[in-house]
Design a protein. Sequence first.
Length: 152
Amino acid sequence: MDLERYQFVDFEPAVLEEIVAAENICFKNDPWGREMFIDAAENDGFCIILVKDMQMSKIVAYSVIYYAVDQADLANIAVLPEYRGQKIGKALLEKTMEKACEYGVSEVFLEVRESNLSARGLYLSSDFAEIGRRKKYYKNPREDAIIMFRKL
């Protein structure tokens, strides 16, 4: 990731609509709604991490984790399609894990569509392990989720 062009920035309400629009692009079949992001932004135990293209002045990637005690769930991570292949997702995932450590988290879980081979590859290359499956977890289309785990 080009650290001069792309920077991690804090969530602020002014970027909410930008994140919702990105969500609808990245997850056409089953996107989070606006209210889900508002809940995440307003509640303790949630953290939203953003990547901004400083040249274009736009949010190009984001992640959402929620945590309790020593465990966290990577609830959402996305990179706009035109920004993929630049290691932004890998850098964002590692930044998200660093943030989880700051909150005292030692274990991180996530679910990913079985068919999402690029995301599964990213997680496997970032020390996550596939530990189970949730049958018919996703809708639109109906699909199993692979449960993954990483010890921090």
